[in-house]
Design a protein around this ligand. Structure first.
Ligand code: ZN
Length: 270
């Protein structure tokens, strides 16, 4: 599933190629995505120019002028691919948007958990309740302490809660907690100020490195140019059960936690 670094990588690719380009045609081949696509609203993109491509958590937000926003979410298996205009539709291709000078943007999604819509920025209820951006400057130790105040949950569940901090998914929550030396099962009230400082620093470091490596690719993530990321080559704990810790050689452990897999080093993480 694409997480923040993958979505940010796609955002950069789209920004580079789409900014200033005008939509010439919209074709909706399958409107039944996670939410049904409002076809008339999406077709109304024709004639509009992409002014900027932003991101909030895992949402891509293309500014198409006059306060209108084209929101895209990739769900579990969605891909946005920029291809030459004449390219025939690929498998599971649900939406295609043609541009005057940037080729054709194709939305492909075998599982159809993603979606897109066009609305006024203030109508985007998807992003209204999100916490501060995980990849933003505002997440420091003190801010994290304030965000976690009153919660009794374990730190991993808190990091995954998009209303607390927006944009952290399972892969990066595991990696952040390894980097910080904190077990995923530690309860928030038991974390010291030093623990929270390390978690805040690790959040910035891990997400920053993952963006620099253009995300993590296992089988299904590719950016808008069809290229995989390389963060999977340096994962410290995620998906490494039984393999030696890169720091101390102790085998990495895996346990189910809140319906997701947690991976940690029993020696480096306390
Ligand atoms: Zn270790």
């Amino acid at each position: 599933m694409p997480e923040l670094p993958e979505v940010e990588t796609i955002r950069r690719g789209l920004e580079r190629r789409l900014c200033g380009a005008r939509v010439t045609r919209v074709e909706i081949r399958e409107p039944r995505l996670r939410r049904r696509v409002d076809e008339a609203a999406l077709r109304a993109l024709v004639g509009r120019r992409v002014e900027a491509v932003g991101r909030r958590a895992k949402y891509l937000l293309a500014d198409v002028g006059e306060g209108l926003c084209w929101l895209m979410h990739l769900g579990m298996s969605g891909r946005l691919l920029l291809v030459p205009s004449g390219e025939p539709p690929g498998e599971h291709e649900h939406v295609r948007v043609e541009f005057d000078r940037a080729g054709s943007l194709r939305y492909r999604d075998p599982r159809r958990f993603g979606w897109m819509r066009v609305a006024r920025v203030e109508e985007l209820d998807e992003i209204a309740g999100l916490g501060p951006e995980a990849l933003g400057a505002e997440i420091g130790g003190a801010a994290l302490r304030a965000l976690l105040r009153g919660t009794r949950r374990d730190i991993k569940a808190a990091l995954l809660d998009q209303r607390v901090i927006a944009g952290i998914g399972n892969i990066y929550a595991n990696e952040i907690l390894f980097r910080a030396g904190v077990r995923p099962t530690r309860r928030c009230p038991r974390l010291s100020g030093a623990d929270l400082d390390r978690i805040a620093r690790a959040t910035a470091a891990v997400l920053g490195e993952a963006v620099a490596r253009r995300g993590t690719s296992f089988s299904d993530y590719f950016d808008s140019d069809g290229l995989p990321g390389t963060f999977q080559d340096v994962l410290a704990v995620f998906d490494r059960r039984g393999e030696p810790c890169r720091r101390c050689a102790t085998p990495i452990k895996r346990r189910a936690q809140g319906g997701r897999s947690s991976f940690y080093c029993p020696c480096c993480q306390r």
